[in-house]
Design a protein around this ligand. Structure first.
Ligand SMILES: [Zn+2]
Ligand SMILES: [Zn+2]
Length: 110
């Protein structure tokens, strides 16, 4: 036997009908504004092309840096900590610093 509480029948039902026609109208206006705010196709194309040109320049610079930092130079490098000929370097620590085996081990002991 259980007692089921009857839901109060006097709950105020406050349904506000959505003004659908107004919503649809607003939506159209929004879209219109969005379309109008876009730049002219020709200007857009030009700015895109200049951006690509700028990126190509950056990419060439980056490539140069990558080649410079990842190639073993032909000239013998000296260890930056002592004066022994360097044969190692750590790309994570400092790509531009060369170390001999002894110093390389030393800085990575820590
Ligand atoms: Zn050294
Ligand atoms: Zn390191």
């Amino acid at each position: 036997m259980s007692v089921i509480e009857e839901a109060p029948s006097t709950v105020a039902v406050d349904v506000v009908e959505e003004p659908k026609s107004v919503d649809a109208h607003m939506w159209d206006v929004d879209n219109g504004l969005l379309n109008n705010s876009l730049p002219e196709p020709s200007l857009h194309k030009i700015s895109q092309e200049s951006a690509i040109a700028g990126w190509n320049q950056i990419r060439q610079d980056l490539l140069k840096v990558v080649i410079e930092t990842s190639c073993i130079p032909l000239a013998p490098q000296l260890c930056c900590l002592c004066t022994t000929e360097a044969t190692y370097r750590c790309l994570s620590c400092s790509p531009s610093d060369f170390f001999c085996l002894e110093c390389f081990c030393k800085i990575h002991e820590k």
